[in-house]
Design a protein around this ligand. Structure first.
Ligand code: NAD
Length: 308
């Protein structure tokens, strides 16, 4: 009799006796996750998908109203904690809350991020503002590092865990965003590799995801400003990047622009596509993957033809 290789449970689930498709198994059953910036955009999609796959999730965000509303809508397996990822006590408290409420921590998704000012002057190395540079680095890079620190301290007790940070294709290529944003996203890719080297000995995997062009409030607001003649040249315009909820038309237009850049025909990148990558890296399906940067961009960066 031929040798039958042992199959992971996730593959067995597709072998129903009558050949009919069986439901996808839940891939995070029994796991506890924290998703920073989980109140909206890509983070919200990650929260929803993790919950669908059986995880208990803590949303850690500065947007109390949106975070609490989402947690309430998703039921008792989802909690909200106010957390500014650039403040160490907040990050420490978010980890403590997750462990106190659900008993353990298996997954941290460092998703919170800010783009920074989008005016032409603010984006130039000749005229950028040091305070704004510092703000972006503190949220994106320091925030990810603090998340790694406190999650790893909780995870080392069980000698297992998965830390996933949302970087960007701006963490791989130049010319895609303001200098502070690009520097912060390159920092996340570097931190991921370093932390993976150190934490592998404790059974903790560390990876990142680099999306491109997902029509979330962040991207739509940036795009609005780039097309708004009243602010495009004004380095001092005090722009609140968080005010606007994108209209359906703006989302469609943005998706059309991204589709035009993608080498993969028809690729329309949605928050759910990034969440699927996070689910893979969070689950045991990726158990031997660490230190990796998973680019989710519809093949855009392979073409080097980004700006048209
Ligand atoms: P978004 O602005 O729509 O959502 C970001 C979320 O993070 C919000 O809920 C916000 O309240 C929260 N947040 C902001 N600052 C925070 C802080 N200091 N502490 C805690 N929470 C904070 O943005 P998005 O597009 O969903 O982006 C999510 C991540 O994906 C970011 O790290 C971003 O850089 C990255 N990214 C996005 C794109 C894209 O095309 N949208 C592309 C590449 C990378």
């Amino acid at each position: 009799k031929a040798h039958q290789p042992s199959m992971p449970p996730s593959l067995h689930a597709w072998d129903s006796p009558n050949g009919a498709p069986t439901p996808m198994p839940k891939r995070l059953e029994g796991k506890v996750a924290i998703v920073t910036g989980g109140a909206r955009g890509i983070g919200e999609a990650i929260v929803r998908l993790f919950v669908k796959h059986g995880a208990k999730v803590v949303i850690a965000d500065i947007d109390d109203a949106a975070g609490e509303a989402l947690a309430a809508a998703l039921g008792p397996h989802v909690g909200f904690v106010r957390c500014d990822v650039s403040v160490e006590e907040d990050v420490e408290r978010a980890v403590e809350r997750a462990v106190a409420r659900y008993g353990r921590l298996d997954v941290l998704c460092n998703n919170a991020g800010v783009l920074g000012r989008q005016t032409r002057a603010a984006k130039s190395i000749l005229s950028f503002d040091a305070g704004e540079f510092d703000r972006v680095l503190r949220v994106n890079a320091l925030g990810a590092a603090l998340g790694m620190k406190h999650a790893a301290l909780a995870m080392t007790q069980r000698r297992a865990g998965s830390i996933i940070s949302v970087a960007s294709v701006a963490g791989v290529l130049g010319g895609l965003g303001p200098h502070a944003y690009t520097a912060s996203k390159h920092a996340i890719v570097g931190l991921t590799k370093n932390a993976a080297c150190e934490l592998g000995a404790h059974g903790i995997r560390v990876n990142c995801i680099s999306p491109f062009g997902v029509a979330t409030p962040m991207l739509i607001n940036a795009w609005r400003q780039g097309h708004d003649a009243s602010t495009a040249d004004d380095a001092d315009a005090d722009i609140d990047l968080d005010i606007a909820v994108p209209s359906d038309q703006e989302v469609e237009k943005m998706e059309e622009v991204v589709r035009g850049l993608a080498t993969l025909k028809g690729a329309t990148l949605r928050p759910r596509d990034i969440a699927e990558a996070a689910l893979f890296l969070a689950s045991d399906d990726s158990r031997y993957i660490s230190g990796h940067n998973l680019v989710v961009d519809g093949g855009v960066t392979t073409s080097r033809n980004l700006i048209g």
